[in-house]
Write a protein that binds this ligand. Sequence first.
Ligand code: HEM
Ligand SMILES: [Cu+2]
Length: 557
Amino acid sequence: MTNIPVEGIGIPGEKPKFQPPPGWKRYFSFSTDHKVIGIQYLVTSFTFFLIGGFLAMIIRAELITPESDLIDRTLYNSMFTMHGTIMIFLWIFPSLVGLSNYLVPLMIGARDMAFPRLNAAAFWLIPVVGILLMASFFLPDGTAQAGWWVYPPVSLQNPGGHLISGQAVWILAVAISGISSIMGAVNFVATIVKMRAPGMTFFRMPVFVWTVLSAQLIQLTALPALTAGAVMLLFDLTVGTSFFNSAKGGNPVLFQHFFWFYSHPAVYVMALPAFGIFSEVIPVYARKPLFGYKVVAVSSLLIAGVSLLVWVHHMFTSGTPGWMRMIFMLSSMCVGVPTGIKIFAWTATLWKGKIRLQTPMLFALGAVLMFLFAGITGIMLASVPIDIHVNNTYFVVGHFHYVVYGTVTMGLFAGIYHWFPKMTGRMYYEGLGVLHFWLAFIGTNLNFLPMHPLGLQGMLRRVSSYDPEYAFWNVLASLGAFLLGISTLPFILNLLGAWVQGEKAPDNPWRAIGLEWLVSSPPPIENFAEIPIVVSEPYGYGKDEPLVENAAAVRGE
Ligand code: HEM
Ligand SMILES: [Cu+2]
Protein backbone atom coordinates (compact mmCIF):
# COMPACT_ATOMS: atom_id res chain seq x y z
CA MET A 1 0.00 0.00 0.00
CA THR A 2 3.01 2.28 0.35
CA ASN A 3 5.52 3.59 -2.13
CA ILE A 4 3.16 3.50 -5.11
CA PRO A 5 5.42 5.08 -7.72
CA VAL A 6 3.04 7.71 -9.03
CA GLU A 7 4.42 10.08 -11.60
CA GLY A 8 5.70 13.23 -10.00
CA ILE A 9 6.27 11.56 -6.67
CA GLY A 10 9.07 9.29 -7.68
CA ILE A 11 10.48 6.28 -5.96
CA PRO A 12 12.02 6.84 -2.53
CA GLY A 13 15.67 7.62 -2.75
CA GLU A 14 15.40 8.81 -6.32
CA LYS A 15 15.43 12.48 -7.17
CA PRO A 16 11.86 13.72 -7.54
CA LYS A 17 10.84 14.51 -11.11
CA PHE A 18 9.70 18.04 -10.50
CA GLN A 19 12.24 20.05 -8.52
CA PRO A 20 10.40 23.10 -7.18
CA PRO A 21 12.17 26.44 -7.63
CA PRO A 22 13.93 27.53 -4.42
CA GLY A 23 12.50 29.87 -1.78
CA TRP A 24 9.33 31.89 -2.20
CA LYS A 25 9.33 31.44 -5.97
CA ARG A 26 7.98 27.91 -5.58
CA TYR A 27 4.64 29.37 -4.48
CA PHE A 28 4.22 30.97 -7.90
CA SER A 29 5.05 27.80 -9.83
CA PHE A 30 2.94 24.90 -11.06
CA SER A 31 4.33 22.82 -8.21
CA THR A 32 3.07 19.28 -7.64
CA ASP A 33 4.24 19.16 -4.00
CA HIS A 34 1.11 18.87 -1.85
CA LYS A 35 2.71 21.14 0.76
CA VAL A 36 3.34 23.93 -1.72
CA ILE A 37 -0.18 23.51 -3.13
CA GLY A 38 -1.60 23.58 0.39
CA ILE A 39 0.05 26.91 1.11
CA GLN A 40 -0.95 28.26 -2.31
CA TYR A 41 -4.57 27.46 -1.46
CA LEU A 42 -4.32 28.98 2.01
CA VAL A 43 -2.74 32.25 0.92
CA THR A 44 -5.03 32.68 -2.10
CA SER A 45 -8.18 31.98 -0.15
CA PHE A 46 -7.12 34.27 2.68
CA THR A 47 -6.73 37.09 0.15
CA PHE A 48 -10.33 36.49 -0.88
CA PHE A 49 -11.37 36.37 2.77
CA LEU A 50 -10.07 39.93 3.05
CA ILE A 51 -11.99 41.00 -0.08
CA GLY A 52 -15.19 39.27 1.10
CA GLY A 53 -14.67 40.84 4.52
CA PHE A 54 -14.25 44.27 2.96
CA LEU A 55 -17.64 43.85 1.23
CA ALA A 56 -19.13 42.81 4.59
CA MET A 57 -17.80 46.05 6.10
CA ILE A 58 -19.62 48.02 3.39
CA ILE A 59 -22.82 46.05 4.08
CA ARG A 60 -22.59 46.72 7.81
CA ALA A 61 -21.70 50.38 7.25
CA GLU A 62 -24.88 50.69 5.18
CA LEU A 63 -26.90 48.96 7.90
CA ILE A 64 -25.63 51.10 10.79
CA THR A 65 -28.41 53.59 9.90
CA PRO A 66 -32.04 52.72 9.02
CA GLU A 67 -31.97 54.65 5.73
CA SER A 68 -30.40 53.36 2.55
CA ASP A 69 -27.87 56.15 2.24
CA LEU A 70 -24.37 54.81 1.60
CA ILE A 71 -24.82 52.85 -1.62
CA ASP A 72 -27.80 52.43 -3.93
CA ARG A 73 -29.97 49.33 -3.76
CA THR A 74 -28.54 47.69 -6.88
CA LEU A 75 -25.03 47.99 -5.53
CA TYR A 76 -26.26 46.65 -2.19
CA ASN A 77 -27.57 43.56 -3.98
CA SER A 78 -24.12 43.14 -5.55
CA MET A 79 -22.51 43.52 -2.15
CA PHE A 80 -24.34 40.75 -0.35
CA THR A 81 -24.34 38.47 -3.38
CA MET A 82 -20.60 38.80 -3.93
CA HIS A 83 -19.86 38.72 -0.19
CA GLY A 84 -21.68 35.40 0.23
CA THR A 85 -20.25 33.94 -2.96
CA ILE A 86 -16.66 34.90 -2.24
CA MET A 87 -16.82 33.73 1.36
CA ILE A 88 -18.18 30.33 0.42
CA PHE A 89 -16.54 29.49 -2.89
CA LEU A 90 -13.26 31.38 -2.47
CA TRP A 91 -12.62 31.40 1.27
CA ILE A 92 -14.08 28.52 3.25
CA PHE A 93 -13.91 25.75 0.65
CA PRO A 94 -10.44 26.46 -0.73
CA SER A 95 -8.87 27.25 2.63
CA LEU A 96 -10.07 23.94 4.07
CA VAL A 97 -8.88 22.13 0.96
CA GLY A 98 -5.53 23.88 1.41
CA LEU A 99 -5.12 22.78 5.01
CA SER A 100 -6.25 19.25 4.12
CA ASN A 101 -3.85 19.18 1.20
CA TYR A 102 -0.97 20.10 3.45
CA LEU A 103 -1.85 17.69 6.22
CA VAL A 104 -3.47 14.55 4.84
CA PRO A 105 -0.43 12.98 3.10
CA LEU A 106 1.73 13.80 6.15
CA MET A 107 -0.83 12.40 8.58
CA ILE A 108 -1.27 9.10 6.75
CA GLY A 109 2.42 8.60 5.97
CA ALA A 110 2.31 9.20 2.20
CA ARG A 111 4.82 11.03 0.06
CA ASP A 112 2.22 13.12 -1.76
CA MET A 113 -1.39 13.04 -2.91
CA ALA A 114 -2.38 10.21 -5.24
CA PHE A 115 -2.52 12.46 -8.33
CA PRO A 116 -0.11 15.37 -7.85
CA ARG A 117 -0.69 17.04 -11.20
CA LEU A 118 -4.47 16.85 -10.89
CA ASN A 119 -3.95 18.43 -7.48
CA ALA A 120 -2.05 21.38 -8.96
CA ALA A 121 -4.61 21.78 -11.76
CA ALA A 122 -7.46 21.86 -9.21
CA PHE A 123 -5.71 24.65 -7.35
CA TRP A 124 -5.02 26.80 -10.41
CA LEU A 125 -8.73 26.86 -11.24
CA ILE A 126 -9.36 28.85 -8.04
CA PRO A 127 -7.67 32.08 -9.21
CA VAL A 128 -9.64 31.72 -12.46
CA VAL A 129 -12.89 31.64 -10.48
CA GLY A 130 -11.76 34.66 -8.49
CA ILE A 131 -10.78 36.70 -11.52
CA LEU A 132 -14.07 35.92 -13.28
CA LEU A 133 -16.10 36.98 -10.25
CA MET A 134 -14.13 40.16 -9.65
CA ALA A 135 -14.25 41.05 -13.34
CA SER A 136 -18.04 40.95 -13.26
CA PHE A 137 -17.96 44.20 -11.25
CA PHE A 138 -16.90 45.89 -14.50
CA LEU A 139 -19.70 44.54 -16.70
CA PRO A 140 -22.23 47.14 -17.96
CA ASP A 141 -24.95 45.79 -15.65
CA GLY A 142 -22.63 44.91 -12.80
CA THR A 143 -22.37 41.64 -10.89
CA ALA A 144 -24.96 39.00 -10.13
CA GLN A 145 -27.69 40.36 -7.85
CA ALA A 146 -29.70 37.31 -6.85
CA GLY A 147 -27.82 36.29 -3.73
CA TRP A 148 -25.52 33.32 -3.43
CA TRP A 149 -28.45 30.89 -3.78
CA VAL A 150 -29.47 32.33 -7.22
CA TYR A 151 -33.14 31.36 -6.97
CA PRO A 152 -35.17 31.81 -10.13
CA PRO A 153 -37.16 33.81 -11.09
CA VAL A 154 -34.90 36.57 -9.69
CA SER A 155 -31.76 35.02 -11.19
CA LEU A 156 -33.45 34.77 -14.59
CA GLN A 157 -34.05 38.51 -14.85
CA ASN A 158 -31.71 40.17 -17.31
CA PRO A 159 -32.92 43.74 -17.74
CA GLY A 160 -29.83 44.85 -19.71
CA GLY A 161 -30.37 41.98 -22.15
CA HIS A 162 -26.61 41.31 -22.47
CA LEU A 163 -25.61 37.72 -23.15
CA ILE A 164 -22.63 38.15 -20.82
CA SER A 165 -24.49 39.27 -17.71
CA GLY A 166 -23.15 39.27 -14.16
CA GLN A 167 -25.46 36.35 -13.47
CA ALA A 168 -24.09 34.29 -16.37
CA VAL A 169 -20.51 34.93 -15.27
CA TRP A 170 -21.48 33.96 -11.74
CA ILE A 171 -22.88 30.62 -12.87
CA LEU A 172 -19.82 29.92 -15.00
CA ALA A 173 -17.47 30.77 -12.13
CA VAL A 174 -19.32 28.54 -9.69
CA ALA A 175 -19.36 25.69 -12.20
CA ILE A 176 -15.57 25.98 -12.55
CA SER A 177 -15.17 25.97 -8.80
CA GLY A 178 -17.34 22.82 -8.78
CA ILE A 179 -15.01 21.15 -11.29
CA SER A 180 -12.06 22.07 -9.10
CA SER A 181 -13.81 20.57 -6.06
CA ILE A 182 -14.60 17.32 -7.87
CA MET A 183 -10.96 17.01 -8.95
CA GLY A 184 -9.92 17.56 -5.35
CA ALA A 185 -12.47 15.09 -4.00
CA VAL A 186 -11.33 12.26 -6.30
CA ASN A 187 -7.77 12.95 -5.22
CA PHE A 188 -8.47 13.03 -1.48
CA VAL A 189 -10.57 9.86 -1.48
CA ALA A 190 -8.00 7.96 -3.56
CA THR A 191 -5.17 9.18 -1.34
CA ILE A 192 -6.83 8.30 1.94
CA VAL A 193 -8.08 4.91 0.78
CA LYS A 194 -4.96 3.80 -1.12
CA MET A 195 -1.87 5.59 0.12
CA ARG A 196 -1.82 4.96 3.87
CA ALA A 197 1.46 3.79 5.39
CA PRO A 198 1.75 0.20 6.64
CA GLY A 199 0.00 -0.17 9.97
CA MET A 200 -2.11 2.95 9.38
CA THR A 201 -5.45 1.13 9.52
CA PHE A 202 -8.66 3.13 9.26
CA PHE A 203 -8.94 3.06 13.04
CA ARG A 204 -5.47 4.49 13.41
CA MET A 205 -6.16 7.49 11.22
CA PRO A 206 -6.35 10.84 13.01
CA VAL A 207 -9.91 12.17 13.21
CA PHE A 208 -8.94 15.03 10.90
CA VAL A 209 -8.35 12.50 8.13
CA TRP A 210 -11.70 10.87 8.87
CA THR A 211 -13.46 14.21 8.58
CA VAL A 212 -11.71 15.05 5.30
CA LEU A 213 -12.71 11.65 3.90
CA SER A 214 -16.34 12.17 4.97
CA ALA A 215 -16.43 15.71 3.59
CA GLN A 216 -14.95 14.69 0.26
CA LEU A 217 -17.41 11.80 -0.06
CA ILE A 218 -20.18 14.40 0.23
CA GLN A 219 -18.57 16.36 -2.59
CA LEU A 220 -18.58 13.29 -4.80
CA THR A 221 -22.21 12.39 -4.13
CA ALA A 222 -23.94 15.75 -3.96
CA LEU A 223 -21.98 18.25 -6.03
CA PRO A 224 -23.22 16.88 -9.39
CA ALA A 225 -26.73 18.06 -8.42
CA LEU A 226 -25.60 21.67 -8.11
CA THR A 227 -23.60 21.45 -11.32
CA ALA A 228 -26.60 20.07 -13.20
CA GLY A 229 -28.85 22.77 -11.75
CA ALA A 230 -26.32 25.48 -12.62
CA VAL A 231 -26.00 24.32 -16.24
CA MET A 232 -29.80 24.22 -16.64
CA LEU A 233 -30.06 27.69 -15.13
CA LEU A 234 -27.38 28.98 -17.50
CA PHE A 235 -29.36 27.57 -20.44
CA ASP A 236 -32.55 29.23 -19.19
CA LEU A 237 -30.72 32.50 -18.86
CA THR A 238 -28.81 32.54 -22.13
CA VAL A 239 -30.52 30.38 -24.75
CA GLY A 240 -34.09 30.55 -23.52
CA THR A 241 -34.84 27.01 -22.31
CA SER A 242 -37.50 26.82 -19.62
CA PHE A 243 -36.46 24.33 -16.97
CA PHE A 244 -37.04 26.79 -14.15
CA ASN A 245 -38.76 29.66 -15.93
CA SER A 246 -42.35 29.67 -14.69
CA ALA A 247 -43.38 32.24 -17.32
CA LYS A 248 -42.72 29.52 -19.89
CA GLY A 249 -44.09 26.60 -17.88
CA GLY A 250 -40.89 25.71 -16.01
CA ASN A 251 -40.69 24.95 -12.30
CA PRO A 252 -38.61 27.33 -10.14
CA VAL A 253 -39.01 25.15 -7.05
CA LEU A 254 -37.22 22.36 -8.89
CA PHE A 255 -34.14 24.57 -8.86
CA GLN A 256 -34.36 24.82 -5.09
CA HIS A 257 -34.20 21.03 -4.89
CA PHE A 258 -31.09 20.90 -7.07
CA PHE A 259 -29.54 23.73 -5.11
CA TRP A 260 -30.19 22.52 -1.58
CA PHE A 261 -29.54 18.84 -2.30
CA TYR A 262 -25.96 20.03 -2.61
CA SER A 263 -25.84 23.19 -0.56
CA HIS A 264 -27.11 21.73 2.67
CA PRO A 265 -24.51 18.94 2.73
CA ALA A 266 -22.00 21.60 1.64
CA VAL A 267 -22.38 23.04 5.13
CA TYR A 268 -20.80 19.82 6.40
CA VAL A 269 -18.09 19.93 3.75
CA MET A 270 -17.16 23.10 5.62
CA ALA A 271 -17.94 22.02 9.16
CA LEU A 272 -16.50 18.48 9.18
CA PRO A 273 -12.84 19.46 8.66
CA ALA A 274 -13.32 22.11 11.36
CA PHE A 275 -14.52 19.32 13.68
CA GLY A 276 -11.40 17.45 12.61
CA ILE A 277 -9.24 20.38 13.68
CA PHE A 278 -10.93 20.52 17.11
CA SER A 279 -10.30 16.79 17.50
CA GLU A 280 -6.59 17.26 16.79
CA VAL A 281 -6.05 20.41 18.82
CA ILE A 282 -8.00 19.68 22.01
CA PRO A 283 -6.15 16.44 22.99
CA VAL A 284 -2.73 18.09 22.45
CA TYR A 285 -3.45 21.08 24.69
CA ALA A 286 -5.33 19.01 27.28
CA ARG A 287 -2.63 16.30 27.26
CA LYS A 288 -5.26 13.54 27.08
CA PRO A 289 -6.31 10.94 24.51
CA LEU A 290 -9.38 11.96 22.50
CA PHE A 291 -12.35 10.60 24.42
CA GLY A 292 -14.20 7.91 22.42
CA TYR A 293 -11.87 8.12 19.42
CA LYS A 294 -13.58 5.43 17.33
CA VAL A 295 -17.07 6.77 17.91
CA VAL A 296 -15.93 10.30 17.06
CA ALA A 297 -14.26 9.00 13.90
CA VAL A 298 -17.32 7.10 12.69
CA SER A 299 -19.72 9.89 13.64
CA SER A 300 -18.11 11.93 10.82
CA LEU A 301 -19.41 9.44 8.26
CA LEU A 302 -22.81 9.43 9.99
CA ILE A 303 -23.00 13.22 9.78
CA ALA A 304 -22.12 13.05 6.09
CA GLY A 305 -24.81 10.41 5.51
CA VAL A 306 -27.62 12.19 7.37
CA SER A 307 -26.68 15.53 5.80
CA LEU A 308 -27.75 14.15 2.41
CA LEU A 309 -31.30 13.60 3.68
CA VAL A 310 -32.32 16.95 5.13
CA TRP A 311 -32.24 19.48 2.27
CA VAL A 312 -35.96 20.25 2.28
CA HIS A 313 -35.61 22.09 5.62
CA HIS A 314 -34.55 25.06 3.48
CA MET A 315 -37.86 24.84 1.62
CA PHE A 316 -40.45 24.70 4.41
CA THR A 317 -42.03 27.86 3.01
CA SER A 318 -41.70 26.93 -0.68
CA GLY A 319 -45.12 25.32 -0.94
CA THR A 320 -43.85 22.06 0.55
CA PRO A 321 -46.74 19.81 1.71
CA GLY A 322 -47.18 19.24 5.45
CA TRP A 323 -46.27 15.53 5.47
CA MET A 324 -43.00 16.27 3.71
CA ARG A 325 -42.20 19.05 6.15
CA MET A 326 -42.69 16.57 9.02
CA ILE A 327 -40.29 14.02 7.50
CA PHE A 328 -37.58 16.59 6.87
CA MET A 329 -38.03 18.19 10.26
CA LEU A 330 -37.35 14.80 11.86
CA SER A 331 -34.38 13.93 9.64
CA SER A 332 -32.88 17.36 10.29
CA MET A 333 -33.07 16.87 14.01
CA CYS A 334 -31.24 13.54 13.61
CA VAL A 335 -28.07 15.43 12.64
CA GLY A 336 -28.00 16.51 16.27
CA VAL A 337 -27.12 12.98 17.43
CA PRO A 338 -23.69 12.45 15.80
CA THR A 339 -22.79 16.12 16.29
CA GLY A 340 -23.81 15.88 19.95
CA ILE A 341 -21.52 12.86 20.28
CA LYS A 342 -18.60 14.94 19.05
CA ILE A 343 -19.28 17.84 21.39
CA PHE A 344 -19.60 15.40 24.27
CA ALA A 345 -16.29 13.78 23.33
CA TRP A 346 -14.42 17.11 23.20
CA THR A 347 -15.86 18.09 26.57
CA ALA A 348 -14.94 14.74 28.09
CA THR A 349 -11.41 15.10 26.68
CA LEU A 350 -11.04 18.36 28.60
CA TRP A 351 -12.23 16.74 31.82
CA LYS A 352 -9.33 16.61 34.29
CA GLY A 353 -6.88 17.49 31.52
CA LYS A 354 -3.78 19.64 32.00
CA ILE A 355 -5.13 22.44 29.87
CA ARG A 356 -2.71 24.85 28.15
CA LEU A 357 -4.52 27.89 26.82
CA GLN A 358 -2.26 28.69 23.89
CA THR A 359 -3.67 30.40 20.80
CA PRO A 360 -4.74 27.24 18.90
CA MET A 361 -6.53 25.93 21.99
CA LEU A 362 -8.25 29.29 22.62
CA PHE A 363 -9.56 29.30 19.07
CA ALA A 364 -10.66 25.67 19.27
CA LEU A 365 -12.53 26.15 22.57
CA GLY A 366 -14.10 29.43 21.44
CA ALA A 367 -15.22 27.82 18.20
CA VAL A 368 -16.74 24.80 19.95
CA LEU A 369 -18.63 27.13 22.27
CA MET A 370 -20.05 29.10 19.34
CA PHE A 371 -20.85 25.89 17.52
CA LEU A 372 -22.89 24.79 20.51
CA PHE A 373 -24.93 27.97 20.16
CA ALA A 374 -25.29 27.49 16.39
CA GLY A 375 -26.46 23.95 17.01
CA ILE A 376 -29.23 25.16 19.29
CA THR A 377 -30.48 27.80 16.84
CA GLY A 378 -30.14 25.17 14.10
CA ILE A 379 -32.48 22.79 15.88
CA MET A 380 -34.85 25.73 16.33
CA LEU A 381 -34.76 26.44 12.59
CA ALA A 382 -35.33 22.78 11.79
CA SER A 383 -38.66 22.88 13.58
CA VAL A 384 -41.32 23.91 11.09
CA PRO A 385 -43.32 26.40 13.18
CA ILE A 386 -40.25 28.39 14.21
CA ASP A 387 -38.84 28.33 10.69
CA ILE A 388 -42.08 29.69 9.26
CA HIS A 389 -41.83 32.60 11.69
CA VAL A 390 -38.18 33.50 11.09
CA ASN A 391 -37.69 32.35 7.50
CA ASN A 392 -35.77 34.95 5.47
CA THR A 393 -35.06 37.09 8.51
CA TYR A 394 -31.81 38.00 10.25
CA PHE A 395 -32.31 35.05 12.60
CA VAL A 396 -31.13 32.84 9.73
CA VAL A 397 -28.24 35.16 8.92
CA GLY A 398 -27.22 35.10 12.59
CA HIS A 399 -27.45 31.31 12.79
CA PHE A 400 -25.37 30.55 9.76
CA HIS A 401 -22.70 33.12 10.59
CA TYR A 402 -22.21 31.38 13.92
CA VAL A 403 -21.44 28.35 11.78
CA VAL A 404 -19.35 29.93 9.03
CA TYR A 405 -17.50 32.45 11.19
CA GLY A 406 -17.81 31.27 14.78
CA THR A 407 -17.19 27.62 14.03
CA VAL A 408 -15.47 27.13 10.69
CA THR A 409 -13.42 30.31 10.29
CA MET A 410 -12.35 30.29 13.95
CA GLY A 411 -11.62 26.56 13.59
CA LEU A 412 -9.43 27.32 10.61
CA PHE A 413 -7.53 29.89 12.64
CA ALA A 414 -6.99 27.24 15.34
CA GLY A 415 -5.58 24.93 12.68
CA ILE A 416 -3.43 27.56 11.03
CA TYR A 417 -1.80 28.56 14.34
CA HIS A 418 -1.38 24.94 15.42
CA TRP A 419 0.40 23.82 12.22
CA PHE A 420 2.09 27.14 11.42
CA PRO A 421 5.42 26.05 13.00
CA LYS A 422 5.27 22.84 10.98
CA MET A 423 4.49 24.63 7.73
CA THR A 424 7.00 27.45 7.97
CA GLY A 425 9.62 26.27 10.45
CA ARG A 426 8.94 29.40 12.52
CA MET A 427 7.02 30.10 15.72
CA TYR A 428 4.20 32.64 15.60
CA TYR A 429 4.01 35.36 18.29
CA GLU A 430 1.82 34.16 21.15
CA GLY A 431 0.80 37.64 22.35
CA LEU A 432 -0.52 38.68 18.96
CA GLY A 433 -2.30 35.33 18.64
CA VAL A 434 -4.13 35.80 21.95
CA LEU A 435 -5.02 39.37 20.97
CA HIS A 436 -6.41 38.07 17.65
CA PHE A 437 -8.49 35.50 19.51
CA TRP A 438 -10.13 37.93 21.94
CA LEU A 439 -10.87 40.54 19.25
CA ALA A 440 -12.37 37.84 17.02
CA PHE A 441 -14.33 36.14 19.80
CA ILE A 442 -15.88 39.36 21.09
CA GLY A 443 -16.35 40.64 17.54
CA THR A 444 -18.15 37.51 16.36
CA ASN A 445 -20.59 37.55 19.24
CA LEU A 446 -21.19 41.29 19.08
CA ASN A 447 -21.74 41.03 15.33
CA PHE A 448 -23.95 37.97 15.04
CA LEU A 449 -25.77 37.64 18.38
CA PRO A 450 -27.89 40.81 17.81
CA MET A 451 -29.06 39.32 14.52
CA HIS A 452 -31.15 36.80 16.45
CA PRO A 453 -33.42 39.30 18.26
CA LEU A 454 -33.58 41.28 15.01
CA GLY A 455 -34.84 38.23 13.16
CA LEU A 456 -37.33 37.29 15.87
CA GLN A 457 -38.72 40.84 15.65
CA GLY A 458 -39.08 40.42 11.89
CA MET A 459 -36.18 42.24 10.24
CA LEU A 460 -35.77 40.73 6.77
CA ARG A 461 -32.43 39.76 5.25
CA ARG A 462 -31.15 41.30 1.99
CA VAL A 463 -32.56 44.77 2.68
CA SER A 464 -30.52 47.97 2.80
CA SER A 465 -33.05 50.02 4.80
CA TYR A 466 -35.24 49.10 7.74
CA ASP A 467 -37.72 50.36 10.31
CA PRO A 468 -35.94 52.62 12.89
CA GLU A 469 -37.19 50.37 15.70
CA TYR A 470 -34.48 47.89 14.62
CA ALA A 471 -31.72 50.50 14.95
CA PHE A 472 -30.32 49.49 18.36
CA TRP A 473 -29.36 45.90 17.51
CA ASN A 474 -28.09 46.94 14.09
CA VAL A 475 -25.67 49.46 15.58
CA LEU A 476 -24.30 46.76 17.89
CA ALA A 477 -23.96 44.33 14.99
CA SER A 478 -22.11 46.86 12.87
CA LEU A 479 -19.71 47.72 15.70
CA GLY A 480 -19.06 44.00 16.11
CA ALA A 481 -18.38 43.73 12.40
CA PHE A 482 -15.82 46.52 12.49
CA LEU A 483 -14.16 44.85 15.47
CA LEU A 484 -13.98 41.64 13.43
CA GLY A 485 -12.43 43.57 10.59
CA ILE A 486 -9.79 44.96 12.97
CA SER A 487 -9.17 41.49 14.43
CA THR A 488 -7.57 40.29 11.20
CA LEU A 489 -4.78 42.88 11.55
CA PRO A 490 -2.88 41.15 14.38
CA PHE A 491 -3.33 37.89 12.47
CA ILE A 492 -1.70 39.25 9.31
CA LEU A 493 1.00 41.03 11.28
CA ASN A 494 1.71 37.89 13.29
CA LEU A 495 2.01 35.43 10.45
CA LEU A 496 3.88 37.70 8.06
CA GLY A 497 6.26 38.83 10.78
CA ALA A 498 6.85 35.32 12.08
CA TRP A 499 7.32 33.86 8.62
CA VAL A 500 10.06 36.39 7.87
CA GLN A 501 11.83 36.64 11.22
CA GLY A 502 10.11 34.45 13.80
CA GLU A 503 12.00 32.21 16.16
CA LYS A 504 13.02 28.87 14.59
CA ALA A 505 10.48 26.16 15.38
CA PRO A 506 11.49 22.74 16.68
CA ASP A 507 10.10 19.64 14.93
CA ASN A 508 7.44 19.16 17.57
CA PRO A 509 6.86 22.37 19.54
CA TRP A 510 3.60 21.18 21.16
CA ARG A 511 4.85 17.69 22.09
CA ALA A 512 2.04 16.37 19.91
CA ILE A 513 1.58 12.82 18.68
CA GLY A 514 1.16 12.31 14.95
CA LEU A 515 3.24 11.43 11.90
CA GLU A 516 3.51 15.07 10.80
CA TRP A 517 5.36 15.89 14.03
CA LEU A 518 8.02 13.23 13.47
CA VAL A 519 9.62 15.03 10.55
CA SER A 520 11.43 18.34 10.39
CA SER A 521 9.68 21.74 10.32
CA PRO A 522 9.01 22.35 7.45
CA PRO A 523 9.00 18.76 6.20
CA PRO A 524 11.35 17.83 3.35
CA ILE A 525 10.13 17.18 -0.21
CA GLU A 526 8.44 13.76 -0.21
CA ASN A 527 7.93 14.09 3.55
CA PHE A 528 9.64 10.96 4.89
CA ALA A 529 13.13 9.56 4.36
CA GLU A 530 11.58 6.13 4.90
CA ILE A 531 7.85 5.36 4.97
CA PRO A 532 6.72 5.12 8.63
CA ILE A 533 5.44 1.82 9.99
CA VAL A 534 2.61 2.68 12.36
CA VAL A 535 2.21 0.56 15.47
CA SER A 536 -0.36 2.29 17.70
CA GLU A 537 -3.58 4.31 17.82
CA PRO A 538 -3.44 8.08 17.56
CA TYR A 539 -3.83 10.32 20.62
CA GLY A 540 -1.71 8.15 22.94
CA TYR A 541 -1.14 11.06 25.35
CA GLY A 542 0.07 9.86 28.72
CA LYS A 543 0.36 6.28 27.42
CA ASP A 544 4.05 6.33 26.62
CA GLU A 545 3.90 3.97 23.63
CA PRO A 546 5.70 4.66 20.35
CA LEU A 547 3.62 5.73 17.34
CA VAL A 548 5.89 4.19 14.73
CA GLU A 549 8.44 1.41 14.69
CA ASN A 550 11.09 3.21 12.62
CA ALA A 551 11.07 6.79 13.89
CA ALA A 552 14.77 7.46 13.29
CA ALA A 553 14.69 6.12 9.73
CA VAL A 554 11.56 8.15 8.97
CA ARG A 555 13.55 11.24 9.88
CA GLY A 556 16.47 10.07 7.79
CA GLU A 557 18.83 9.58 10.76
C1 HEM B 1 -16.63 40.09 9.15
C2 HEM B 1 -17.36 39.02 9.00
C3 HEM B 1 -18.74 39.01 8.37
C4 HEM B 1 -19.74 39.94 8.41
C5 HEM B 1 -19.74 41.27 9.13
C6 HEM B 1 -20.82 39.43 7.62
C7 HEM B 1 -22.02 40.09 7.41
C8 HEM B 1 -23.05 39.65 6.63
C9 HEM B 1 -24.33 40.28 6.49
C10 HEM B 1 -24.77 41.54 7.21
C11 HEM B 1 -25.06 39.55 5.61
C12 HEM B 1 -26.48 39.78 5.18
C13 HEM B 1 -26.54 40.68 4.01
C14 HEM B 1 -27.97 40.95 3.65
O1 HEM B 1 -28.78 40.03 3.78
O2 HEM B 1 -28.26 42.08 3.21
C15 HEM B 1 -24.24 38.44 5.19
C16 HEM B 1 -24.63 37.47 4.30
C17 HEM B 1 -23.91 36.33 4.03
N1 HEM B 1 -22.66 35.98 4.55
FE1 HEM B 1 -21.56 37.10 5.78
N2 HEM B 1 -20.47 38.21 7.11
C18 HEM B 1 -19.20 37.90 7.56
C19 HEM B 1 -18.49 36.76 7.32
C20 HEM B 1 -18.93 35.70 6.53
C21 HEM B 1 -18.20 34.47 6.34
C22 HEM B 1 -16.85 34.10 6.96
C23 HEM B 1 -18.94 33.72 5.52
C24 HEM B 1 -18.47 32.36 5.10
C25 HEM B 1 -19.06 31.53 4.37
C26 HEM B 1 -20.15 34.47 5.17
C27 HEM B 1 -21.19 34.04 4.33
C28 HEM B 1 -22.32 34.76 4.04
C29 HEM B 1 -23.38 34.30 3.16
C30 HEM B 1 -23.43 32.98 2.40
C31 HEM B 1 -24.36 35.29 3.15
C32 HEM B 1 -25.69 35.26 2.41
C33 HEM B 1 -25.64 36.11 1.20
C34 HEM B 1 -26.95 36.03 0.52
O3 HEM B 1 -27.96 36.27 1.18
O4 HEM B 1 -26.98 35.68 -0.66
N3 HEM B 1 -20.11 35.67 5.82
N4 HEM B 1 -23.01 38.52 5.83
CU1 LIG C 1 -29.57 22.90 5.70
